[in-house]
Design a binder for this molecule. Structure first.
Ligand SMILES: Cc1cc2nc3c(=O)[nH]c(=O)nc-3n(C[C@H](O)[C@H](O)[C@H](O)COP(=O)(O)O)c2cc1C
Length: 203
């Protein structure tokens, strides 16, 4: 049985390509694996706070000395970590904003990348604790970053692979829809190609 954690981070609730692709994938996956269960975490419809004073205090304070606000901030972080740990497949829809990921997704990352919970320090250096899981990322971008002059500006896939790998998620598949702002023909081809790759992935 697969339990999917579906994370959405596009602020476009009407016509987002990353939402469309990731939802299509999850629906296809459920059709071919009927016992699949899904938890959805929409970081735009239900935003989570950025890493602030209370969460930082909650991370590093003595448990018996935490304020109510620190306890509440830590409780949300614990819930998000538990949600990730419960999933066997993590699916993330990600628009490119300013060459990187949306701040809403970065806020989620800041809640779940935690020493002692999702990674730990060993004599050989940090080691991920979120093992045995797969991730599928659906990336959307106006320009082209997989090759060409803007490749060095890609802090979307490179960052996500790095941070997921850091906590132990190394089985990562990426479906890109890129060149969406380069004219109608380019956008139509990017979407069709990404949908074809998405359909092939869910079987
Ligand atoms: C605030 C903002 C910043 C963006 N920055 C970039 C960028 O740096 N590079 C790029 O190629 N496209 C950029 N875009 C275009 C989006 O990546 C593109 O519209 C993509 O389809 C968004 O994903 P979505 O359709 O899932 O919402 C930006 C769009 C917005 C709204």
């Amino acid at each position: 049985m697969t339990h999917i954690l579906l994370i959405q981070s596009s602020s476009n609730l009407a016509s987002s390509v990353s939402r469309d692709l990731s939802e299509t994938y999850v629906n296809d996956y459920k059709a071919t694996h009927p016992d699949t269960t899904v938890t959805e975490r929409d970081l735009v419809s239900s935003p989570i706070p950025h890493l602030g004073v209370d969460l930082l205090g909650g991370f590093f304070g003595k448990p018996e000395a935490l304020t109510e606000a620190q306890k509440a901030a830590l409780a949300l972080s614990n819930t998000l970590v538990d949600e990730m740990m419960a999933a066997s497949l993590i699916v993330i829809g990600v628009p490119m904003y300013n060459f990187s990921i949306p701040s809403a997704l970065k806020a989620w990352i800041d809640h779940v990348v935690r020493a002692g919970r999702t990674f730990h320090y060993t004599a050989e250096g940090p080691s991920g604790l979120v093992t045995g899981k797969k991730a599928v990322l659906f990336l959307a971008a106006g320009g082209v970053y997989s090759n060409g002059p803007y490749k060095p500006y890609d802090f979307q896939e490179t960052y996500l692979r790095a941070i997921l790998g850091f906590i132990g998620i190394t089985d990562v598949t990426v479906i890109r829809a890129e060149g969406l702002a380069l004219g109608e023909e380019s956008a139509a081809k990017a979407k069709a190609d990404a949908h074809a790759r998405t359909a092939a992935l869910a079987v």
